[in-house]
Design a protein around this ligand. Structure first.
Ligand code: IMP
Ligand code: MG
Length: 178
């Protein structure tokens, strides 16, 4: 079956929203020397734009997680394949994620990071995809909320394709009549 891409969030809308999120984070974390922890690979573009839109320079670090599951869903079994390298003890940590779906990935990561005794731990995600949520995860800063759909672009991939598209698109199966 073939699929086509439908534009859902334009680069202009993304840029506007990233600036708004950055303004809130700048206000909330002024003088706190926060550490941004991006989840690879999907968050790399969002984190790059967000970090540069803050009012102050920040340190960044990254984790890479692997969740085993079929196709476009996750199974809940999450493994860390690259951990943070910065000591988190006493730091104000903001996890930066591209999209939260079932919530299992983020739920696992927050548990792991909380074990490192940060001074605070919050989440900034670009997209909150609500319909398939399985565990409640606290999302402190949210760019966009959508119910469902598989999205690509602005860091989000489909089998490693489409990450570098400047806009966000939904992959729509052709011939499914809607
Ligand atoms: P979950 O919240 O545990 O289901 O996992 C979220 C992760 O699944 C995200 O970090 C993405 O890597 C991936 N993911 C979920 N929905 C999408 C999507 O629509 N497009 C691309 N990746 C997605
Ligand atoms: Mg991800």
């Amino acid at each position: 079956m073939s699929s086509h891409k439908k534009l859902v969030i334009s680069r202009e809308a993304i840029a506007t929203r990233v600036k708004e999120l950055a303004a809130r984070i700048s206000r909330d974390y002024a003088g706190k020397n926060p550490l941004l922890v991006g989840i690879l690979k999907g968050a790399f573009i969002f984190l790059a734009d967000l970090a540069r839109a803050l009012d102050f320079p920040v340190e960044v670090d990254f984790v890479r997680l692997r969740s085993y599951g079929a196709g476009t869903t996750t199974s809940g079994e999450v493994h860390i394949t690259k951990d943070v390298e910065t000591p988190l003890e006493g730091r104000h940590v903001v996890v930066v994620e591209d999209i939260v779906d079932a919530g299992l990935t983020l739920n696992f990561l927050l548990g792991h990071l909380a074990g490192c005794n940060p001074a605070s731990l919050k989440v900034c995600c670009l997209i909150d995809k609500t319909e398939r949520r399985q565990v409640e995860v606290p999302l402190d800063y949210v760019g966009f909320t959508i119910a469902k759909g598989f999205l690509v672009g602005y860091g989000l991939d489909c089998g490693e394709n489409c990450r570098t598209l400047p806009d966000i698109h939904e992959m729509v199966e052709s011939g499914e009549g809607g």
